[in-house]
Design a protein around this ligand. Structure first.
Ligand SMILES: [Zn+2]
Length: 243
């Protein structure tokens, strides 16, 4: 059940990752009253802003400024108000002890039931794999009483879900959770359209949402599902009944 008791933390390596891979799910959780917190680790200046670098005289500061405005507009379309951009360098991203502590603190502050981030394998994108490992480790540290951080009481282990990577099969991705996003697909589309440097991805992720919608219908028998997003799971489902 999704309501205001549910806390979700989304950790995105670069500016737009959360939109392509989980924008519909984020919009759905926000719409149904969940508390969604978004951490964007980098603007993706070096690795995911290619079209912007075709502009003569382009600068890092200007790329960051454009990416920031795009991210804010996209988050607005999804209804996310709780967002932080940590401005790490990308390509390649480095995780220091300070950064591990920062994310551990953030997890303890948000107390997420669900964390959505990059899955462990992502062909051609070492930053995504690095972030997957970073989030997994910080989520574990957040639960340990022995990891004492002042003013930061321990959290319960969150469920971790991995984004579908860009190159699904080449990354050995298998959908383990498929979320229907039909009702909020227009919001996702509007959010995707905010990223001018990555226009080529909009068609691609539109097609992917339709493909996963097809899988959602076939696996569930519910023919109302038109668009969906797929995720991997870091841990098995645990519950009192088969669902
Ligand atoms: Zn990325």
């Amino acid at each position: 059940m999704i309501d205001h008791h549910v806390n979700v933390l989304v950790v995105s390596a670069h500016a737009a990752d959360f939109v392509w891979r989980s924008g519909g799910t984020i919009a759905k959780y926000v719409k149904q009253g969940a508390n969604v917190s978004l951490v964007i680790l980098s603007y993706g200046v070096r690795g995911e802003s290619n079209d912007l670098w075709n502009v003569e005289g382009q600068t890092v500061d200007n790329v960051k400024r454009i990416r920031k405005s795009e991210v804010e507009a996209a988050a607005n379309h999804l209804g996310v108000t709780n967002m932080e951009i940590w401005d790490f360098d990308d390509y390649h991203m480095q995780i220091t002890e300070d950064r591990m502590e920062r994310l551990t603190r953030k997890i303890r502050e948000v107390k997420p039931h669900h964390i959505i981030t990059h899955g462990p394998k992502d062909a051609f994108n070492p930053d995504h794999e690095m972030v997957s490992d970073y989030v997994f480790k910080a989520s574990v540290l957040s639960t340990s009483n022995g990891v004492q951080l002042e003013g930061s009481p321990t959290a319960k282990q969150a469920r971790l879900f991995g984004f579908e990577p860009h190159q699904s099969e080449i990354s050995d991705f298998k959908p383990e959770v498929i979320i229907d996003i039909t009702d909020v697909y227009e919001q996702k589309e509007a959010a995707m359209n905010c990223f001018k440097a990555q226009q080529h991805l909009i068609d691609y992720y539109g097609a992917k949402a339709s493909l996963r919608g097809n899988h959602a219908r076939r696996c569930s028998g519910n023919n109302d599902y038109k668009y969906a997003e797929a995720f991997s799971r870091f841990f098995p489902y645990v519950g009192g009944e088969l669902v």
